[in-house]
Design a protein around this ligand. Sequence first.
Ligand SMILES: [Zn+2]
Length: 431
Amino acid sequence: MDTLYANARIAGTDKPQDLLVEEGRFTRIGEGLARELPAQGYDMTGIETVDLNGKLVCPPFCDTHLHLDYVFTARKPGAANESGTLFEGIQRWSDTKADLTVDEVKTRARKAVAMELRHGVQYIRSHADVTDPNLTSLKALLELREELKDVVTIQIVSFPQEGMYSYRGPHGETGAELVEEGLRMGADCVGGIPHYEACREFGERSMHTVVDLAVKYGRLIDVHCDETDDPNSRFVELLAALAHAEGIGEMTTASHTCSLGSADNSYFFHLTKLLKAARINFACAPTENLYLQGRQDTFPKRRGITRVKELTDNGINVSLGQDSMQDPWYPLGNGNMMIILDYVLHLAQMMSFAELDDALKFPTVNGATTMHLGDGYGIAEGRPANFIVLDATTPFEAVYERADVVRSVRAGCTLFTAETTVDTDLPIMRG
Ligand SMILES: [Zn+2]
Protein backbone atom coordinates (compact mmCIF):
# COMPACT_ATOMS: atom_id res chain seq x y z
CA MET A 1 0.00 0.00 0.00
CA ASP A 2 1.26 3.52 -0.80
CA THR A 3 1.65 5.58 2.34
CA LEU A 4 2.60 9.08 3.40
CA TYR A 5 4.42 8.90 6.72
CA ALA A 6 4.02 12.34 8.28
CA ASN A 7 5.92 13.99 11.13
CA ALA A 8 9.01 11.83 11.15
CA ARG A 9 12.07 12.95 13.00
CA ILE A 10 15.18 12.07 11.03
CA ALA A 11 18.62 12.46 12.58
CA GLY A 12 20.42 15.45 11.16
CA THR A 13 17.29 17.44 10.30
CA ASP A 14 15.82 20.20 12.47
CA LYS A 15 12.20 19.95 11.42
CA PRO A 16 9.83 17.00 11.06
CA GLN A 17 9.94 15.34 7.68
CA ASP A 18 7.28 13.58 5.66
CA LEU A 19 8.10 10.46 3.69
CA LEU A 20 6.06 9.40 0.68
CA VAL A 21 6.32 5.69 -0.04
CA GLU A 22 5.03 4.39 -3.36
CA GLU A 23 5.42 0.89 -4.74
CA GLY A 24 7.83 0.00 -2.00
CA ARG A 25 10.22 2.90 -2.41
CA PHE A 26 10.75 6.37 -0.97
CA THR A 27 9.56 8.70 -3.73
CA ARG A 28 9.52 12.03 -1.87
CA ILE A 29 11.09 13.10 1.40
CA GLY A 30 10.71 16.61 2.75
CA GLU A 31 9.01 19.05 5.08
CA GLY A 32 5.29 19.62 4.84
CA LEU A 33 4.57 17.11 2.05
CA ALA A 34 1.24 16.19 3.69
CA ARG A 35 0.13 19.75 3.09
CA GLU A 36 1.97 20.56 -0.12
CA LEU A 37 1.29 17.50 -2.23
CA PRO A 38 -2.52 17.91 -2.32
CA ALA A 39 -2.06 21.66 -2.86
CA GLN A 40 0.17 20.87 -5.85
CA GLY A 41 -2.56 18.66 -7.25
CA TYR A 42 -0.69 15.42 -6.56
CA ASP A 43 -3.05 12.50 -6.87
CA MET A 44 -3.39 11.21 -3.31
CA THR A 45 -5.95 8.57 -4.22
CA GLY A 46 -5.12 5.34 -2.48
CA ILE A 47 -2.38 6.91 -0.39
CA GLU A 48 -2.87 6.36 3.31
CA THR A 49 -1.43 8.89 5.76
CA VAL A 50 0.24 7.67 8.94
CA ASP A 51 1.19 10.28 11.54
CA LEU A 52 4.44 9.32 13.26
CA ASN A 53 4.02 12.10 15.86
CA GLY A 54 7.60 13.32 15.70
CA LYS A 55 9.11 9.92 16.47
CA LEU A 56 12.60 9.10 15.28
CA VAL A 57 12.87 7.29 11.96
CA CYS A 58 16.06 5.52 11.01
CA PRO A 59 17.12 2.77 8.63
CA PRO A 60 16.54 -0.76 9.97
CA PHE A 61 19.04 -2.29 12.35
CA CYS A 62 21.72 -4.61 11.02
CA ASP A 63 22.87 -7.50 13.19
CA THR A 64 26.19 -8.17 11.52
CA HIS A 65 27.22 -11.18 13.56
CA LEU A 66 24.83 -13.95 14.54
CA HIS A 67 24.82 -17.75 14.54
CA LEU A 68 21.30 -18.72 13.53
CA ASP A 69 22.17 -22.42 13.45
CA TYR A 70 23.17 -22.39 17.15
CA VAL A 71 20.24 -20.54 18.67
CA PHE A 72 18.35 -22.11 21.59
CA THR A 73 20.71 -25.06 21.99
CA ALA A 74 22.16 -23.99 25.37
CA ARG A 75 19.95 -26.36 27.36
CA LYS A 76 20.48 -29.38 25.14
CA PRO A 77 21.91 -32.29 27.16
CA GLY A 78 25.71 -32.05 27.10
CA ALA A 79 25.77 -28.47 25.82
CA ALA A 80 26.29 -26.66 29.12
CA ASN A 81 29.51 -24.64 29.06
CA GLU A 82 30.92 -24.95 32.59
CA SER A 83 34.01 -22.78 32.13
CA GLY A 84 32.29 -20.04 30.15
CA THR A 85 35.15 -20.00 27.63
CA LEU A 86 35.00 -19.77 23.86
CA PHE A 87 36.92 -23.00 23.54
CA GLU A 88 34.64 -25.05 25.76
CA GLY A 89 31.71 -23.59 23.81
CA ILE A 90 33.21 -24.95 20.58
CA GLN A 91 33.80 -28.35 22.21
CA ARG A 92 30.24 -28.53 23.57
CA TRP A 93 28.81 -27.63 20.17
CA SER A 94 31.02 -30.25 18.50
CA ASP A 95 29.91 -32.89 21.01
CA THR A 96 26.21 -32.22 20.52
CA LYS A 97 25.76 -31.28 16.85
CA ALA A 98 25.51 -34.74 15.30
CA ASP A 99 21.72 -34.92 15.52
CA LEU A 100 20.91 -31.70 13.67
CA THR A 101 18.32 -31.83 10.93
CA VAL A 102 17.43 -29.18 8.38
CA ASP A 103 13.90 -28.81 9.73
CA GLU A 104 15.03 -28.59 13.34
CA VAL A 105 17.62 -25.89 12.55
CA LYS A 106 15.07 -23.93 10.54
CA THR A 107 12.51 -24.04 13.36
CA ARG A 108 14.96 -22.60 15.87
CA ALA A 109 16.37 -20.05 13.43
CA ARG A 110 12.90 -18.84 12.47
CA LYS A 111 12.14 -18.09 16.08
CA ALA A 112 15.38 -16.13 16.42
CA VAL A 113 14.69 -14.18 13.23
CA ALA A 114 11.24 -13.27 14.53
CA MET A 115 12.80 -11.96 17.75
CA GLU A 116 15.33 -9.93 15.80
CA LEU A 117 12.62 -8.54 13.54
CA ARG A 118 10.57 -7.49 16.56
CA HIS A 119 13.54 -5.40 17.67
CA GLY A 120 13.83 -3.63 14.32
CA VAL A 121 16.48 -5.76 12.64
CA GLN A 122 15.98 -6.32 8.90
CA TYR A 123 19.53 -7.31 7.96
CA ILE A 124 21.32 -10.27 9.49
CA ARG A 125 24.69 -11.74 8.73
CA SER A 126 24.60 -15.28 10.04
CA HIS A 127 27.39 -17.79 10.17
CA ALA A 128 26.62 -21.41 9.26
CA ASP A 129 28.92 -24.08 10.63
CA VAL A 130 30.19 -26.09 7.66
CA THR A 131 32.52 -28.39 9.62
CA ASP A 132 29.86 -31.03 9.23
CA PRO A 133 30.02 -33.50 6.35
CA ASN A 134 26.27 -33.15 5.83
CA LEU A 135 26.34 -29.33 5.79
CA THR A 136 23.02 -29.41 7.63
CA SER A 137 23.24 -25.88 9.07
CA LEU A 138 24.12 -24.40 5.72
CA LYS A 139 21.30 -26.19 3.90
CA ALA A 140 18.82 -24.98 6.52
CA LEU A 141 19.96 -21.37 6.44
CA LEU A 142 20.08 -21.25 2.63
CA GLU A 143 16.44 -22.34 2.57
CA LEU A 144 15.53 -19.80 5.23
CA ARG A 145 17.37 -16.98 3.41
CA GLU A 146 15.13 -17.57 0.42
CA GLU A 147 11.89 -18.17 2.33
CA LEU A 148 12.23 -15.00 4.42
CA LYS A 149 13.80 -12.65 1.89
CA ASP A 150 10.73 -10.40 1.75
CA VAL A 151 10.97 -9.61 5.45
CA VAL A 152 14.66 -9.91 6.24
CA THR A 153 17.94 -9.89 4.32
CA ILE A 154 20.10 -12.78 5.51
CA GLN A 155 23.73 -13.08 4.48
CA ILE A 156 25.31 -16.44 5.17
CA VAL A 157 28.94 -17.08 6.01
CA SER A 158 30.42 -20.46 5.10
CA PHE A 159 32.06 -20.82 8.49
CA PRO A 160 34.44 -23.60 9.60
CA GLN A 161 33.68 -23.59 13.32
CA GLU A 162 36.19 -26.39 13.99
CA GLY A 163 38.90 -24.97 11.76
CA MET A 164 39.93 -25.05 8.11
CA TYR A 165 43.01 -27.17 8.74
CA SER A 166 42.35 -28.55 12.22
CA TYR A 167 39.07 -30.23 11.25
CA ARG A 168 38.94 -33.52 9.39
CA GLY A 169 35.64 -35.02 8.40
CA PRO A 170 34.86 -38.75 8.37
CA HIS A 171 36.07 -39.05 4.79
CA GLY A 172 39.18 -36.97 5.39
CA GLU A 173 37.65 -33.73 4.11
CA THR A 174 39.19 -30.55 5.47
CA GLY A 175 37.31 -27.59 6.82
CA ALA A 176 38.70 -25.58 3.91
CA GLU A 177 37.14 -28.00 1.42
CA LEU A 178 33.80 -27.75 3.19
CA VAL A 179 33.99 -23.94 3.21
CA GLU A 180 34.50 -24.03 -0.54
CA GLU A 181 31.60 -26.44 -0.95
CA GLY A 182 29.49 -23.97 1.05
CA LEU A 183 30.41 -21.21 -1.39
CA ARG A 184 29.46 -23.41 -4.34
CA MET A 185 26.10 -24.01 -2.65
CA GLY A 186 25.48 -20.28 -2.41
CA ALA A 187 26.91 -18.85 0.82
CA ASP A 188 27.50 -15.10 0.62
CA CYS A 189 30.72 -14.87 2.61
CA VAL A 190 33.90 -16.84 3.28
CA GLY A 191 34.58 -17.54 6.94
CA GLY A 192 37.57 -18.62 9.00
CA ILE A 193 38.71 -19.03 12.59
CA PRO A 194 42.52 -18.73 12.62
CA HIS A 195 42.98 -18.39 16.40
CA TYR A 196 41.27 -21.76 16.87
CA GLU A 197 43.52 -23.65 14.45
CA ALA A 198 45.97 -26.07 16.07
CA CYS A 199 49.00 -23.90 15.39
CA ARG A 200 49.86 -20.47 14.05
CA GLU A 201 50.90 -21.80 10.66
CA PHE A 202 47.49 -23.39 10.11
CA GLY A 203 45.87 -20.10 11.06
CA GLU A 204 48.01 -18.16 8.62
CA ARG A 205 47.37 -20.70 5.89
CA SER A 206 43.65 -20.37 6.54
CA MET A 207 43.84 -16.59 6.01
CA HIS A 208 45.45 -17.13 2.60
CA THR A 209 42.73 -19.65 1.77
CA VAL A 210 39.95 -17.28 2.87
CA VAL A 211 41.18 -14.48 0.62
CA ASP A 212 41.89 -16.84 -2.29
CA LEU A 213 38.36 -18.27 -2.07
CA ALA A 214 36.79 -14.79 -1.86
CA VAL A 215 38.60 -13.80 -5.03
CA LYS A 216 37.82 -17.08 -6.79
CA TYR A 217 34.09 -16.95 -6.05
CA GLY A 218 33.60 -13.18 -5.83
CA ARG A 219 32.25 -13.31 -2.26
CA LEU A 220 32.53 -11.20 0.87
CA ILE A 221 34.77 -12.21 3.77
CA ASP A 222 33.88 -12.47 7.45
CA VAL A 223 36.47 -14.10 9.67
CA HIS A 224 36.18 -14.91 13.36
CA CYS A 225 39.53 -13.28 13.98
CA ASP A 226 41.66 -13.18 17.12
CA GLU A 227 38.79 -13.98 19.47
CA THR A 228 41.17 -14.39 22.39
CA ASP A 229 42.85 -12.27 25.05
CA ASP A 230 46.24 -13.41 23.74
CA PRO A 231 47.90 -10.18 22.57
CA ASN A 232 50.09 -12.23 20.25
CA SER A 233 47.13 -13.46 18.23
CA ARG A 234 47.64 -11.18 15.23
CA PHE A 235 45.80 -12.76 12.34
CA VAL A 236 43.93 -9.53 11.67
CA GLU A 237 47.09 -7.97 10.25
CA LEU A 238 47.52 -10.84 7.78
CA LEU A 239 43.84 -10.78 6.82
CA ALA A 240 43.95 -7.01 6.27
CA ALA A 241 47.20 -7.14 4.31
CA LEU A 242 46.01 -9.96 2.03
CA ALA A 243 42.60 -8.36 1.44
CA HIS A 244 44.26 -5.02 0.75
CA ALA A 245 46.65 -6.60 -1.74
CA GLU A 246 43.65 -8.03 -3.63
CA GLY A 247 41.74 -4.73 -3.42
CA ILE A 248 38.89 -6.30 -1.46
CA GLY A 249 39.38 -4.64 1.93
CA GLU A 250 35.93 -3.06 1.93
CA MET A 251 34.39 -6.48 1.29
CA THR A 252 36.21 -7.91 4.30
CA THR A 253 35.18 -8.06 7.95
CA ALA A 254 37.22 -9.09 10.96
CA SER A 255 34.80 -10.22 13.67
CA HIS A 256 35.63 -10.03 17.38
CA THR A 257 39.38 -9.12 17.24
CA CYS A 258 39.38 -9.29 21.06
CA SER A 259 43.17 -9.55 21.11
CA LEU A 260 43.40 -5.88 20.12
CA GLY A 261 41.95 -5.12 23.54
CA SER A 262 45.06 -6.72 25.02
CA ALA A 263 47.70 -5.69 22.48
CA ASP A 264 50.11 -2.94 23.38
CA ASN A 265 49.70 0.53 22.01
CA SER A 266 52.83 0.61 19.87
CA TYR A 267 51.62 -2.47 17.97
CA PHE A 268 48.15 -1.01 17.50
CA PHE A 269 49.65 2.31 16.35
CA HIS A 270 51.55 0.53 13.60
CA LEU A 271 48.61 -1.71 12.67
CA THR A 272 46.28 1.29 12.34
CA LYS A 273 48.12 2.46 9.23
CA LEU A 274 47.38 -0.84 7.46
CA LEU A 275 43.76 -0.95 8.65
CA LYS A 276 43.11 2.56 7.34
CA ALA A 277 44.64 1.73 4.00
CA ALA A 278 42.88 -1.63 3.68
CA ARG A 279 39.49 -0.24 4.81
CA ILE A 280 38.38 -3.56 6.27
CA ASN A 281 35.38 -3.63 8.60
CA PHE A 282 35.18 -4.77 12.20
CA ALA A 283 32.25 -6.51 13.86
CA CYS A 284 32.08 -6.38 17.64
CA ALA A 285 29.89 -8.62 19.81
CA PRO A 286 30.21 -6.82 23.14
CA THR A 287 27.89 -8.88 25.36
CA GLU A 288 29.29 -12.17 24.09
CA ASN A 289 32.92 -11.23 24.50
CA LEU A 290 32.43 -9.53 27.84
CA TYR A 291 31.08 -12.90 28.97
CA LEU A 292 33.59 -15.21 27.24
CA GLN A 293 36.86 -13.33 27.55
CA GLY A 294 39.04 -12.64 30.56
CA ARG A 295 38.40 -16.20 31.75
CA GLN A 296 42.06 -16.87 32.45
CA ASP A 297 42.40 -13.57 34.29
CA THR A 298 41.96 -13.18 38.01
CA PHE A 299 42.15 -9.45 38.69
CA PRO A 300 42.53 -7.07 37.00
CA LYS A 301 40.14 -8.73 34.56
CA ARG A 302 40.08 -7.66 30.93
CA ARG A 303 36.92 -6.51 29.19
CA GLY A 304 37.57 -8.69 26.16
CA ILE A 305 36.29 -6.46 23.39
CA THR A 306 38.14 -4.89 20.50
CA ARG A 307 39.18 -1.22 20.39
CA VAL A 308 35.86 0.17 19.20
CA LYS A 309 36.58 3.78 20.13
CA GLU A 310 40.11 3.85 18.75
CA LEU A 311 39.10 2.15 15.48
CA THR A 312 36.17 4.54 15.12
CA ASP A 313 38.35 7.57 15.84
CA ASN A 314 40.63 6.42 13.03
CA GLY A 315 37.76 6.28 10.57
CA ILE A 316 37.63 2.47 10.53
CA ASN A 317 34.14 0.97 10.30
CA VAL A 318 32.86 -0.95 13.33
CA SER A 319 29.46 -2.65 13.43
CA LEU A 320 27.71 -4.73 16.06
CA GLY A 321 26.39 -8.24 16.53
CA GLN A 322 24.22 -10.17 18.94
CA ASP A 323 26.32 -13.25 18.10
CA SER A 324 24.40 -15.76 20.24
CA MET A 325 20.95 -16.47 21.51
CA GLN A 326 21.03 -19.14 24.20
CA ASP A 327 23.75 -21.34 22.76
CA PRO A 328 26.83 -23.05 24.26
CA TRP A 329 28.72 -19.75 24.08
CA TYR A 330 26.21 -17.40 25.71
CA PRO A 331 23.07 -18.18 27.72
CA LEU A 332 21.08 -15.00 26.96
CA GLY A 333 20.48 -12.78 23.92
CA ASN A 334 17.20 -11.59 22.41
CA GLY A 335 18.21 -9.74 19.23
CA ASN A 336 17.72 -6.28 20.73
CA MET A 337 20.45 -4.17 19.16
CA MET A 338 19.74 -1.32 21.59
CA ILE A 339 21.05 -3.54 24.38
CA ILE A 340 24.12 -4.42 22.32
CA LEU A 341 24.68 -0.73 21.61
CA ASP A 342 24.28 0.15 25.28
CA TYR A 343 26.96 -2.35 26.23
CA VAL A 344 29.45 -1.21 23.63
CA LEU A 345 29.10 2.45 24.55
CA HIS A 346 29.89 1.59 28.16
CA LEU A 347 32.67 -0.89 27.49
CA ALA A 348 34.39 1.31 24.90
CA GLN A 349 33.84 4.44 27.03
CA MET A 350 32.20 6.30 24.16
CA MET A 351 30.07 8.70 26.11
CA SER A 352 30.93 12.19 24.96
CA PHE A 353 27.76 13.90 23.80
CA ALA A 354 29.11 13.89 20.24
CA GLU A 355 29.57 10.12 20.48
CA LEU A 356 26.17 9.53 22.07
CA ASP A 357 24.37 11.70 19.50
CA ASP A 358 26.04 9.70 16.74
CA ALA A 359 25.77 6.28 18.39
CA LEU A 360 22.89 4.94 16.31
CA LYS A 361 25.30 4.67 13.40
CA PHE A 362 26.68 1.46 14.92
CA PRO A 363 23.59 -0.72 14.46
CA THR A 364 22.49 1.10 11.26
CA VAL A 365 24.84 2.59 8.67
CA ASN A 366 27.97 0.96 10.06
CA GLY A 367 26.20 -2.39 9.86
CA ALA A 368 25.17 -1.67 6.29
CA THR A 369 28.78 -0.83 5.46
CA THR A 370 29.98 -4.13 6.90
CA MET A 371 27.29 -5.99 4.96
CA HIS A 372 28.21 -4.07 1.80
CA LEU A 373 24.55 -3.13 1.22
CA GLY A 374 25.35 -0.06 -0.90
CA ASP A 375 22.44 1.96 -2.31
CA GLY A 376 19.92 -0.65 -1.22
CA TYR A 377 20.06 0.79 2.29
CA GLY A 378 19.20 4.15 3.82
CA ILE A 379 16.49 6.76 3.91
CA ALA A 380 16.71 8.56 0.58
CA GLU A 381 14.48 9.09 -2.42
CA GLY A 382 14.59 6.17 -4.82
CA ARG A 383 15.74 3.64 -2.24
CA PRO A 384 13.66 0.74 -0.90
CA ALA A 385 11.28 1.97 1.81
CA ASN A 386 12.88 -0.01 4.62
CA PHE A 387 12.87 1.80 7.96
CA ILE A 388 12.07 1.60 11.63
CA VAL A 389 10.44 4.04 14.04
CA LEU A 390 11.90 4.34 17.52
CA ASP A 391 9.97 5.41 20.60
CA ALA A 392 12.09 8.55 20.97
CA THR A 393 12.36 11.98 19.40
CA THR A 394 16.15 12.31 19.22
CA PRO A 395 19.06 9.89 18.82
CA PHE A 396 20.25 10.83 22.31
CA GLU A 397 16.88 9.98 23.83
CA ALA A 398 16.81 6.71 21.89
CA VAL A 399 20.17 5.78 23.39
CA TYR A 400 19.53 6.71 27.00
CA GLU A 401 16.05 5.18 26.96
CA ARG A 402 17.26 2.09 25.05
CA ALA A 403 14.17 2.93 23.01
CA ASP A 404 11.74 0.33 21.76
CA VAL A 405 11.06 -0.06 18.07
CA VAL A 406 7.40 0.87 17.55
CA ARG A 407 7.14 0.23 13.82
CA SER A 408 9.14 -1.61 11.18
CA VAL A 409 8.49 -1.14 7.48
CA ARG A 410 9.99 -3.23 4.70
CA ALA A 411 9.54 -2.33 1.02
CA GLY A 412 6.59 -0.19 2.06
CA CYS A 413 4.88 -3.01 3.97
CA THR A 414 4.45 -2.80 7.73
CA LEU A 415 6.08 -5.76 9.46
CA PHE A 416 4.69 -4.75 12.85
CA THR A 417 3.69 -1.80 14.97
CA ALA A 418 3.69 -1.31 18.73
CA GLU A 419 0.14 -2.68 18.76
CA THR A 420 0.88 -5.87 16.82
CA THR A 421 3.27 -8.75 17.24
CA VAL A 422 5.56 -10.61 14.93
CA ASP A 423 4.26 -14.07 14.21
CA THR A 424 6.90 -16.75 14.40
CA ASP A 425 5.25 -18.37 11.39
CA LEU A 426 7.03 -16.07 8.99
CA PRO A 427 6.50 -14.67 6.38
CA ILE A 428 4.35 -12.42 8.45
CA MET A 429 1.80 -9.65 8.28
CA ARG A 430 2.04 -7.70 5.07
CA GLY A 431 0.92 -4.07 5.07
ZN1 LIG B 1 30.59 -15.78 16.08
